[in-house]
Design a protein around this ligand. Structure first.
Ligand SMILES: Cc1cc2nc3c(=O)[nH]c(=O)nc-3n(C[C@H](O)[C@H](O)[C@H](O)COP(=O)(O)OP(=O)(O)OC[C@H]3O[C@@H](n4cnc5c(N)ncnc54)[C@H](O)[C@@H]3O)c2cc1C
Ligand code: FES
Length: 271
């Protein structure tokens, strides 16, 4: 069950001029959230922004006795809510509702897991990587960003034993270009008999390209879609995603309820 808490900001770690990681005391959310779930946060007390905004649960923190204490969110500043989150100060409180939505399905060995992240789409993969490591699933992170300075938490993933495949648009780290290129090559060279599950989160065009690549190579793929979300609870229909049914008919789902994690081959992609 989601809970709505007045979460206290206990830390705000600025990662770059636009990215930060905010730590919020939310023990009930930290105790129950699953990888891929999100929270709806009211970032400021005034009228701007009026509505809460959705954020993936980035980390679930525990104290030395193992008790869940807090969550973190990885935020990229793009407008008023994310600007308030970037400027947040310890002691401030933010209404935080969650955990919400459907999480990723976590595979078991012998399947491998390949996570594909674009930019702030890294956010759901810290908890997913931990869950996969707990099941001893061999995990790779294909991580794309605009430039080297926008790649974060690499050591965190390395420490979990995750193999990293890096790409940047300007070539300042890893391969120059889009993250889907090394993914395509890796899929093409993988034996059909070796199972692998793809998990993707990032900009819509990256998700569409990943979905098409996964379908071409007949690999299962779950994507975490990013829609504008007015409520996060199924009431406003701002978050609908067009889907294709087994019978070929089209229908819409509210991604805050049916998602944000959806099967890539069931989405009706525009490109
Ligand atoms: C399930 C889910 C999880 C998310 N997790 C994260 C996260 O972990 N970290 C993070 O930084 N962001 C995340 N987002 C995106 C985040 O919710 C938006 O960046 C935020 O709502 C922007 O609010 P704002 O007031 O700063 O900017 P706004 O003024 O609301 O938006 C600025 C511009 O971005 C566009 N926009 C807003 N929201 C989205 C969206 N969801 N997709 C595409 N364009 C959008 C707006 O149309 C506008 O043009 C997530 C979104 C969803 C749906
Ligand atoms: S965000 Fe309101 S229905 Fe999905």
């Amino acid at each position: 069950m989601p809970v709505d808490v007045a979460a206290e900001v206990v830390a705000n770690r600025l990662l770059s001029a636009d990215y930060n990681v905010l730590t919020l005391t939310a023990p009930a959310i930290a105790a129950t959230a699953a990888p891929g779930q999100f929270v709806m946060i009211k970032a400021a007390t005034g009228l701007d922004p009026l509505l809460r905004r959705p954020f993936s649960v980035f980390e679930m923190l525990r104290d030395s006795s193992g008790t869940a204490t807090a969550i973190t969110i990885l935020s990229k500043r793009i407008g008023p809510a994310t600007a308030s989150i970037y400027d947040a100060r310890p002691g401030q409180r933010m209404a935080c509702l969650g955990p919400l939505g459907r999480p990723f399905t976590i595979v078991e060995p012998p399947a491998d897991a390949w996570m594909i992240a674009g930019g702030v789409g890294l956010a759901p993969f810290a908890t997913l990587a931990q869950a996969l490591q707990a099941r001893r699933v061999r995990t790779t992170l294909f991580y794309g960003a605009r430039r080297a300075a926008e790649l974060f938490y690499l050591d965190f993933f390395r420490a979990l034993g995750v193999e990293l495949v890096i790409s940047t648009e300007d070539g300042s780290a890893g391969e120059r270009g889009r993250v889907v290129s090394p993914l395509e090559r890796a899929l093409a060279s993988r034996a059909a008999s070796s199972p692998v599950m793809l998990y993707a989160c990032g900009p819509e065009r990256m998700l569409a390209a990943t979905a098409h690549t996964a379908m071409k190579h007949q690999r299962p793929c779950q994507v975490s879609v990013e829609r504008i979300m007015g409520c996060g609870l199924g009431g406003c229909y701002s978050c609908v995603v067009p889907m294709r049914g087994d019978d070929g008919r089209f229908y819409h789902v509210r991604s805050c309820l049916a998602g944000p994690v959806l099967a890539a081959d069931e989405i009706l992609w525009e490109s």
